[in-house]
Design a protein around this ligand. Structure first.
Ligand code: SF4
Ligand code: SF4
Length: 137
């Protein structure tokens, strides 16, 4: 599973080897998408974490215990209703139930508040109706 996070580093945490600890302690790969951290100053980093869902939750708790602020959703999933044919394929890969399609309407419903922004649904759609819209930086 993938999850994008914005991490806010307090000044005392900027020297922590965060990505190393995530790999060694939680088996999580951290891909840095954006970073703005100057020595001895607070900073911001946008990362994409890949790993087991339970380990991701444990890693987030550990990051917060280190004094980092977390924003879990720097982007959001968008469904293009003009492309979607309500086939329901994407619902089978959604781990959180954010995508649902069933009786009586058999129309795709997206529950944004449940979405983990794991992006597993994006490649599953044969009509390219799902995309990730990043927040402006
Ligand atoms: S809607 Fe897509 S991005 Fe959101 S949790 Fe489901 S599979 Fe993941
Ligand atoms: S897989 Fe694509 S076309 Fe099918 S219900 Fe999901 S968004 Fe719509």
């Amino acid at each position: 599973m993938k999850r994008r996070l914005t991490l806010y580093f307090p000044r005392e945490a900027v020297h922590e080897p965060i990505t190393y600890r995530l790999a060694v302690d939680f088996d999580i790969a951290a891909k840095i998408l954006r970073a703005q951290i100057a020595p001895n100053q607070s900073g911001t980093m946008v990362v994409e974490l890949s790993g087991d869902i339970d380990e991701l939750a444990a890693a987030e708790a550990w990051l917060e215990s280190q004094g980092l602020g977390l924003n879990r959703v720097p982007g959001q999933i968008s469904i293009d209703r003009d492309r979607c044919v309500d086939c329901g394929i994407c619902t089978s890969v959604c781990p959180s139930g954010a995508l649902q399609c069933g009786a009586p309407a058999w129309q795709l419903t997206f529950h944004a508040q449940r979405c983990l922004v794991c992006e597993q649904c994006i490649p599953s759609c044969p009509f390219a109706a799902i995309s990730l819209v990043l927040d402006p930086s």
